[in-house]
Design a binder for this molecule. Structure first.
Ligand SMILES: NC(=O)c1ccc[n+]([C@@H]2O[C@H](COP(=O)([O-])OP(=O)(O)OC[C@H]3O[C@@H](n4cnc5c(N)ncnc54)[C@H](OP(=O)(O)O)[C@@H]3O)[C@@H](O)[C@H]2O)c1
Length: 252
């Protein structure tokens, strides 16, 4: 039975990805900072492990307990909604630590075993914000652009050993707690000078009709993991697919 490890499964996309692979009969190692079974089925094929992607010892302990894995999904991430002038640089550093260095550290940690077995796939969750510049998202977008560049470059090294690396770019998914978690962890003190500009922009986001669901993301990850011919970058959700086409990328 193939085995997948997913980061950030306490909510949102991570939980939906775990459920999708369980439905397909995979053994799933759902990792989260604070282990809890909420929203996940009670199955022997599901193991829940504690993992904070910013902590080396936590990564080592989780991977030792997980045993060999066929697939890794780097899903853990945090957002930041603010103009640059309103953002605290210490918070930006924390965000990069989770979104970028956490993804790199997890990838580096699973690679020796995958390389030796000449088998494995790593899927990194990026974002459709990397397809078109948007205001109040400069720091978050920069972190996901770094994930894109890292993954595309690393994929060339990994391919030498039969290991695949792929990107999934979800669109905007108001159904997850992402926005609320971003505000709680990263703050959102928009400077007065930008107030009306940011309000108007947020209203345009709320009015958008095309959205992404957690299931769209789970389906895109399923394809990235199981289809050896899947493209390097898979948009997930109607809004992400539209942006992907607008950016001049071929239809996925
Ligand atoms: N929702 C969207 O609109 C959207 C769009 C495009 C891309 N994305 C990306 O999709 C991914 C999942 O987002 P989501 O919408 O599912 O948001 P979410 O519900 O807030 O889930 C984020 C997950 O990341 C975990 N996490 C945060 N810091 C962590 C750390 N240091 N170590 C391990 N786990 C950590 C959170 O765990 P805790 O509960 O412990 O904090 C949570 O399980 C993120 O990478 C995000 O950037 C989201």
């Amino acid at each position: 039975m193939p085995r997948i490890l997913i980061t950030g499964c306490s909510s949102g996309f991570g939980r939906a990805i775990a459920a999708r692979f369980l439905d397909e009969g995979w053994e799933v190692i759902a990792t989260m900072r604070t282990p809890a079974t909420d929203g996940l089925p009670n199955l022997d094929r599901l193991r829940i492990l504690s993992l904070d992607v910013t902590q080396r010892l936590s990564i080592e302990a989780a991977l030792a307990e997980a045993g060999p894995i066929d697939a890794l999904v780097n899903n853990a991430g945090v957002g930041m909604l603010n103009v640059l002038e309103g953002a605290e640089i210490d918070k930006a550093r924390e965000l990069f630590d989770i979104n970028v260095l956490g993804t790199m550290a997890m990838t580096q940690a699973v690679m020796p075993a995958m390389r030796q077995r000449r088998n494995g796939v790593i899927v990194n969750i990026s974002s459709s914000v990397t397809l078109r510049p948007l205001p109040a998202l400069s720091i978050y977008s920069a972190s996901k652009a770094a994930v894109n560049a890292f993954t595309e470059s690393f994929a060339l090294e990994a391919a030498e050993f039969g290991v695949r690396a792929r990107l999934v770019l979800p669109g905007s998914a108001p159904e997850t707690s992402f926005g609320k978690n971003a505000v709680t962890r990263m703050g959102m003190d928009v400077p007065d000078a930008y107030g009306s500009f940011v309000q108007a922009y947020f209203q345009s986001l709320r009015n958008a009709t095309e959205k992404t669901s957690a299931l769209d993301v789970a389906n895109a990850v399923w394809r990235a993991v199981t289809d050896v011919n899947a493209p390097m970058m898979l948009p997930a959700g109607a809004d992400a697919e539209a942006l992907y086409r607008e950016a001049g990328r071929c239809a996925a």
